[in-house]
Design a protein around this ligand. Sequence first.
Ligand code: HEC
Ligand code: HEC
Length: 472
Amino acid sequence: MGGVARVLCLGLVAVLAASGCDGEGTDEGGVGIISAQALIDLARHSPSPALPAPPADASNQFADNPAAATLGHKLFFDPGFSGVLLESDNDGNHGGVGRQGDTSKVSCASCHVPASGFSDDRTVHKQLSLAAGWSNRRTPSILDVGHAKILMWDGRIDSLQRQVLSVFESPLEGNSSRLFFAQEIARRYASQYQALFGSDPAVVLGADYPQPAVTGTGCQMALTTSTTPTEECTNGTRSGVPGTPDYDALNEAQQQAVTTIALNAGKAIAAYERQLSCGASRFDAFMHGDESALSAAEQRGAALFVGKGKCADCHTGPFFSDQKFHNVGLFPALVSAAFTRKNDMGAEKGLAQVLTDPLNVRGIFSDGDDERLPSSVPAGMLGAFRTPMLRCAALRPSFMHTGQFRSLEEVVTFFNQGGHKQPGIEPAPIIGFLGETEIAPLGLDVQEQADLVAFLRSLNGAGPAANLLLPP
Ligand code: HEC
Ligand code: HEC
């Protein structure tokens, strides 16, 4: 079946049965490897004429504002919003961004490394990121993240702008606070902020507001050779975030002013993030008529992806994700001595959190609610994680929310086994997972597994424009 014939076949769904489009079985020079039905299923992953831009974001009126994206680009690379590095592994041996006690070292680009597909290949544990502390889960790539509405592995955040605050308020990541972040915007970006959002943050956050120093914000704790911070700042004291004395001393209007400035800066970062895309791949060239774009193995892998492999049950649509949460039965394995993440409740906890988050898209800081949130936590969310998008997945230095697989081969082996629930897998798992797995063994032979991996590797695109990968 030639390119023109295939395009015709795709267009003639209704008459397929009679049209002779089914070229299955003719493995001649890579032509006709994929059945007509599989081609139809694959077409859902590669819309014509091109991949769509991120859908409108009702919660952020600046989502597609070019001036906002320009400001967001600067903020993404700016380490000046972060506080003290707490973790004692910041010792020069773990790929950290500085030494314990250093300040202003962590930017978004520290963990979402532009040159590595916005993944983290910086730290020794490959995507378990070391900043103020060690992250609990693997750092995901943010390529194409504008296509996701509910974020994070567990769904605990529902907008890109809100996600930004969570970075600076986490003692494991930026370790500062929304108060410090807002004050730094006022100190260093006042005119750019005002041009976009209409008010001068330096005037808004005037003398009545605390002016925390970089060493005096976020989580503060004794810095010893065995300091390991927690998300809750156990054994330390916090400031600048809700529930701490300096923030709670502000009246409601003042708290709203601080939060608004921080979230507006987040909206600018969101506008930049929405420009980051993996881009069209050889798979798309093939689907749009270039027969030679995929090898025979890659074509067989594509057919397996939507067929016997059942991958498209969850990895569906142009970005290969239903953006939903599934339990695939992964035993968290030892990534390093410190990082067996036990009993991760996943979306059962994350979705409960987002539903009660005062900064969610239903709240007063949102520009609109497009009903992205469910009314309550759906059944089956215990131990479930968000289906990752798969374009450019081959660039990632590790896989799964734990970062425990280091190759696509390992991931495919895992799915072929039906996850970790099967008895007798080697090496023996250390602990189990919560909830009920949704997947079962696939019975793919060695060749078929290799074909699936080959297909996944064909999904790399050219990536974002070069200027977006560097600080402006
Ligand atoms: C210390 C490393 C680190 C830093 C610094 C960091 N991130 Fe992340 N990021 C992560 C980790 C880890 C996750 C996933 C956490 C989870 O799901 O539990 C994540 C998740 C995200 C997500 C959600 C992706 C998705 O598909 O759900 C976005 C968007 C994001 N980060 C953007 C940013 C931005 C913007 C900044 C700067 C303001 C930033 N990150 C700074 C580690 C980091
Ligand atoms: C039931 C839904 C479901 C099915 C079916 C499924 N996946 Fe996944 N996939 C997921 C989820 C959820 C994750 C993340 C799980 C985690 O981190 O605990 C994942 C992770 C992955 C990853 C790792 C990506 C990353 O960034 O970590 C790859 C690659 C992948 N799947 C490919 C496949 C392939 C190939 C198939 C078919 C053989 C498949 N998946 C079948 C839901 C599914």
